[in-house]
Write a protein that binds this ligand. Structure first.
Ligand code: FES
Ligand SMILES: [Fe+2]
Length: 366
């Protein structure tokens, strides 16, 4: 697919059309568990309309929100035991995506065995529902590898959720850019501290990289870890002042799930490593004081990202040395996207992969 935009010098600065809607064949946090009730829920993630629902045993499932019969939204349907039933003609689907009932044809229906919906793998951890959105046959999902803070009970924290009218890559750029801290957040408790100039360097990690300042550490937002091992996430430490109580810096794990090319769902998981009364004190202080302060900081990021007015901002960029993390990250995302596109192209040369419902539609009289 062609790059949409070029600069005057022919630099490649555009974001591939597909990539604007998100990186498929990756795990993404898509919803807080508490927001999925007893009925099916329609959502848009990565520009795709999806239906998320829990079966009778509470297990979440995720399908495209389109019934393979005649295209009605499955999110308007009903859950009946372990099956999701379309409202229009009552076709029923199991969590695997297999059709289990075509009531209009009765028990003898042959269509049942030929209808299967794509079922995206879903897991639930730490109060969030995580989904692997992509082509499972072509890109077998890797195990969901969560940040260790979400697995190790020594850490305790909170989910902060935000919806920003900004493309997800702008959110990623922001998280890989420690030098905005002392400027944009200069009036917060610690983020205005330290030097306002620095050199940054990138160090490779097993599944990503760290971008870090050379002249200071532990003073401000001085480094950012970027992980792209099947799940894209960021690790950042924010120094806390003494009156935040014991427990070291605030650890932030950042995620940005594209809703579509212009909107993102942001999760900042805020954690501290503490136990006993220290943990209780931190949780109390967070709820009564720090949460509001952090919201003020995040709002500053939102205002800046909105002010960039979309991905066209890339056409007018002039990078500073401090953008080395942003550039490195964009390179990794572009290469991953190109790798996937090559795989899609190879698969297409083996013949079109048609959805069973399409094949069916051609064979049956209208
Ligand atoms: S459109 Fe869903 S059962 Fe007919
Ligand atoms: Fe920020």
């Amino acid at each position: 697919m062609a790059v949409e935009q070029q600069t005057l010098q022919g630099r490649r600065v555009g974001v591939e059309e597909g990539l604007r809607r998100g990186l498929r064949n990756f795990w993404h946090p898509i919803l807080q568990s508490k927001n999925l009730g007893a009925g099916p829920l329609g959502l848009r993630r990565l520009g795709e309309d999806l239906v998320l629902w829990r079966d009778g045993q509470g297990r979440p499932h995720l399908f495209p929100d389109r019934c393979p019969h005649r295209g009605a939204r499955l999110s308007l349907g009903r859950i009946q035991g372990d099956l999701l039933a379309c409202w229009y003609h009552g076709f029923e689907f199991a969590g695997s995506g297999e059709c289990r009932s075509v009531p209009v044809e009765g028990a003898e229906s042959k269509l049942i065995t030929r209808l299967t919906l794509p079922s995206y793998p879903v897991e639930e951890h730490w109060g969030l529902i995580w989904a692997y959105i992509g082509e499972v046959d072509l890109f077998p999902p890797p195990p969901l590898r969560l940040p260790e803070e979400l697995v190790d009970p020594a850490w305790s924290g909170f989910i902060c959720e935000a919806h920003w009218p900004a493309n997800w890559t702008l959110v990623f750029d922001n998280l890989a850019d420690p030098m905005h801290g002392p400027f944009l957040h200069s009036r917060s408790y610690t983020l205005g501290k330290g030097l306002k100039f620095d050199r940054l360097h990138v160090r490779e990690l097993e599944d990503g990289f760290i971008v870090e300042r050379e002249l200071q550490r532990g003073v401000n937002f001085d480094w950012s870890e970027v992980h792209l091992g099947g799940l894209a996430w960021f690790r950042i430490d924010i120094p806390y002042p003494w009156f935040a109580g014991p427990g070291g810096p605030l650890r932030i794990l950042g995620f940005a799930t594209p809703l579509d090319a212009e909107h993102s769902l942001i999760y900042f998981l805020r954690l501290r490593r503490s136990s006993g009364w220290r943990r209780a004190l931190w949780r109390f202080l967070y709820r009564t004081f720090w949460e509001d302060q952090h919201w003020k900081v995040i709002e500053q990021d939102r205002v800046m990202l909105e002010s960039q007015r979309g991905l066209d901002s890339r056409l007018f960029e002039h990078h500073a040395q401090s953008d080395v993390g942003v550039i490195h990250l964009r390179g990794l995302l572009n290469r991953e996207y190109a790798r996937q596109q090559e795989r899609y192209r190879q698969a297409a040369t083996r013949g079109p992969v048609r959805h069973p419902s399409e094949a069916e539609a051609e064979e049956r009289p209208v």
